[in-house]
Unconditional design. Structure first.
Length: 373
């Protein structure tokens, strides 16, 4: 028997670093059957390899043989990590005070799948973590192999690279080489986000968990910049990201309507193709008319499209405005805020959803309208 609990952070590899989606969850429970043994075995092996690669950040910084660029990244990470616990009241442990170079661009690859005419994901259920909409693999080849098998079953499949993860405090999570490529500012936000998951995690409620961690990341990053005397970040990036996500969510809703219509498979297939082409046209129109031709999402929009590729959108920040309200109502006191969020997390799923919607309706319906679909 093997027990291991992982929270893996997913990103769309084709998108730029400012857009992230879904924080996936993996759990290893009691192993039953050869397929389970094989799947969980590769997870255990990958996690063990990562743990063995860890080195204390302080030792690397002090080591004269450490590359200057890496040392500078780690120094910045040390400062952000200390700020996270001292000012944001996030867990004060060894997580992100160790470093691991795993020698590849992503730590894990996640496989998402849906039926051809549905946006409901193929879910996988685990002890502790509950049911999730993906399977994760430490090997890109294994992920592609799993995706190929699902495609043979007629499913829409999407494989997304994962740059970072948190084990929710079960292990001392390392800063990974995969987390450094976007720069120090991005690294700090990742640390804030993942430590927020350690502070609070509600099983079987991805949108709640991710929105909470995203709010902590955003507000924490704002306070981190203020503490260093830096100007606020430009709104252009976040506005463009929100507009792009809005396009995808609108497309997803139209697809739901299409799939529910009394059409033949051929009719749905034609409508599906037409909808993806419409999404591409809408994006290019927005890019050229409002973004000055900035093609930050060109690679993603021009790549093959299917239902599974749309799954992560909307989960990451659906309730962020609600947490903004709760933070303000808490007097911008992190401990008071966390207590209120924990109280929400202890409610039943139905009660929690109703409470979130109630706050959303009273607080900022115009802003939330796009997120709550």
């Amino acid at each position: 028997m093997l027990r291991l609990f992982l929270l893996l952070r997913s990103s769309l590899g084709a998108l730029d670093h400012s857009f992230r989606c879904l924080v996936p969850v993996l759990a290893l429970g009691l192993l039953n059957g050869c397929s389970s043994v094989n799947y969980y075995g590769q997870l255990a092996s990958g996690q063990l390899q990562l743990l063995q690669a860890r080195k204390p950040v302080a030792e690397l910084v002090a080591d004269p043989s450490t590359a200057p660029k890496l040392r500078q990244h780690l120094l910045q990470a040390e400062q952000a990590r200390a700020f996270a616990s001292a000012q944001l009241k996030l867990p004060d442990n060894r997580s992100y005070r160790v470093y691991a170079d795993i020698g590849r661009p992503f730590v894990v690859w996640n496989v998402f799948a849906t039926p051809e005419f549905s946006l409901e994901p193929q879910t996988h259920c685990f002890p502790i973590a509950g049911c999730v909409a993906y399977r994760g693999y430490y090997s890109q080849g294994a992920a592609r192999g799993a995706a190929a098998l699902q495609k043979q079953q007629g499913l829409d499949v999407y494989v997304g690279g994962v740059e970072a993860y948190s084990t929710l405090g079960w292990f001392d999570d390392p800063i990974l080489n995969t987390m450094l490529r976007w720069g120090d500012e991005r690294l700090a936000t990742v640390i804030f986000h993942e430590l927020a998951h350690q502070r609070l995690y509600v099983a079987d409620d991805t949108s709640f968990n991710e929105s909470f961690a995203t709010f902590v990341e955003q507000e924490g990053s704002r306070q981190w910049r203020v503490a260093r005397g830096l100007a606020a970040q430009t709104e252009d990036d976040s506005q463009q990201r929100d507009q792009f996500v809005g396009l995808v969510l609108a497309s997803r809703e139209r697809l739901k309507t299409l799939y529910a219509a009394p059409l033949t498979d051929a009719g749905k297939r034609a409508g599906k193709h037409a909808e993806f082409e419409r999404l591409r046209r809408d994006y290019r129109s927005l890019r050229d008319s409002q973004w000055g031709g900035n093609g930050r999402y060109d690679a993603w929009i021009n790549a093959p499209m299917n239902n599974a590729k749309l799954l992560p959108f909307g989960l990451y920040d659906q309730w962020v405005p609600v947490f903004e309200v709760l933070f303000a109502q808490s007097g911008r006191d992190w401990e008071v805020f966390y207590a209120r969020v924990e109280a929400l997390g202890q409610r039943s799923p139905e009660e929690r959803l109703q409470a979130l919607k109630s706050i959303a309706d009273k607080a900022a319906p115009s802003r939330l309208q796009q997120s709550i679909l």
